[in-house]
Design a protein around this ligand. Structure first.
Ligand code: NAD
Ligand code: DAU
Length: 357
């Protein structure tokens, strides 16, 4: 029996590495091809435990390169695409929006074109049955909530940052390829993830690292912004479920039903780390430092994921306190990973290894 070939983009990043690991381990009947440019956020050390698996292959490449993508599709004849590659950090999008337009918008359209061309050619007449293009997106496309309410799949798009505007654009293009060409697409919009292999420019790993190293923990504005946190492995399960059972043309919201004010979350992390590092309670909290607010900082995100629960039976498995303890334990046990990432050493190693090919 011919194995199915699944392309996962951005598989060397935070969420992508968890998705690649899950698919490689759960589906020996698939060949998983991980396409990643290895930007500052891509790190093959995130996948060391599965890098030699028989059903896994890494390809270094850029989704902004349309002819490279066409070649890749003619080599592998992909049955499905799970698209996570993106520029993902809001603060970076504020200082360099063009990078976000290129990867998140142009890169996504290149991928849509490559899938459409390859699948139309293979299945004469463009009968896309049994193919799937799954686009991973964010709750930030919906904008900002006030004190109450939730984002549903019907909430009007209202992005505020260059990052969220670029993701909103890519969502619209994915839907346009469904409506115009009949491409079998599915989209999910997820809330804030946390867990292992999270790049330490994002709030939780940055705070853990700074607390461990007795460095100031920057809190933007008054720390009153609210995010809905989901354990990354629960997101990977949701992606698995939606890839296999989601309906073409549909959108699914994914969230943790787990809202935290930034300052309360940081206080909780300080408490956990005081205990784990044997510090008197209250020591780490002294590192909290209020800094200038993020421009256009969305006040509150909260996801209603009842459609996913009702239609496909997914719900988060972990309580937040348990997930956070697990996450802190992982960072304490993987200091080498954090040191290599923060020093940039990981990039020299892997970039050179693949650039020499
Ligand atoms: P990340 O920044 O950790 O990883 C992104 C990966 O994409 C990296 O490995 C990077 O090398 C790769 N990449 C970037 N540009 C590329 C290009 N031009 N060609 C090929 N590869 C490229 O991001 P993440 O946090 O894992 O997010 C993954 C996806 O999930 C993104 O699409 C993001 O918008 C979405 N998302 C993230 C969150 C979150 O909380 N982190 C929540 C909801 C949705
Ligand atoms: O909601 C999903 C989104 O979550 C994803 O689409 C993005 O890719 C992902 O980066 C994340 O975006 P946020 O901007 O919410 O995550 P970040 O970790 O950057 O910030 C979380 C909150 O903490 C936010 O309100 C800003 C604040 N913050 C962040 C940093 C880095 C601070 O107060 N201090 C900090 O140093």
């Amino acid at each position: 029996m011919n194995k199915k070939h699944i392309l996962i983009t951005g598989g060397a990043g935070f969420i992508g590495s968890h998705v690649v690991r899950r698919f490689v381990k759960s589906y020996p009947e698939y060949n998983i091809i991980n396409l990643d440019k290895l930007t500052y956020a891509g790190n093959l050390a995130n996948l060391r435990d599965i890098e030699n698996a028989a059903n896994y292959r890494f390809v270094k490449g850029d989704i902004c390169d349309a002819s490279f993508l066409q070649e890749l599709f003619s080599t592998y004849h992909f049955d499905g695409v799970i698209h996570l590659a993106a520029e993902s950090h809001v603060d970076r999008s504020i200082s360099n929006p063009m990078e976000f337009i290129m990867t998140n918008v142009v890169g996504t359209v290149n991928l849509l074109n490559a899938a459409r061309e390859s699948w139309s050619r293979l299945l004469s007449g463009g009968d896309f049955e049994n193919k799937r293009f799954y686009h991973i997106s964010t709750d930030e496309v919906y904008g900002s909530l006030g004190e109450t309410g939730f984002f549903t799949e019907d909430t009007k798009y209202d992005p505020h940052s260059p990052y969220s505007a670029s993701k909103a654009s890519s969502d619209h293009m994915v839907r346009a390829y469904h409506d115009t060409y009949g491409l079998p697409v599915v989209i999910s919009n997820c809330s804030n993830n946390y867990g292992s292999f999270h790049f330490p420019e994002k709030l939780i790993p940055l705070a853990i690292n700074n607390i461990c190293n007795n460095k100031p923990v920057p809190v933007y504005g008054k720390g009153e912004n609210i995010r809905d946190w989901l354990f990354v492995e629960d997101h990977a399960v949701a992606i698995d479920v939606i890839y296999h059972y989601g309906k073409n043309g549909e959108t699914y919201n994914i969230g943790g039903h787990n809202e935290w004010k930034n300052i309360d979350l940081i206080q909780l992390l300080c408490k956990i780390l005081d205990r784990k590092l044997g510090r008197p309670e209250g020591t780490s909290a002294q590192l909290i430092t209020y800094v200038k607010d993020r421009a256009g900082h969305d006040l509150r995100y909260a996801i209603d994921s009842s459609k996913l629960q009702r239609e496909l039976g997914w719900k988060p498995s972990l309580q937040f306190e348990e997930g956070l303890e697990k996450t802190v334990d992982w960072y304490l046990a993987n200091k080498k990973w954090m040191d290599e990432v923060t020093s940039g050493e990981y990039q020299n190693y892997y970039q050179n290894q693949y650039d020499l090919r």
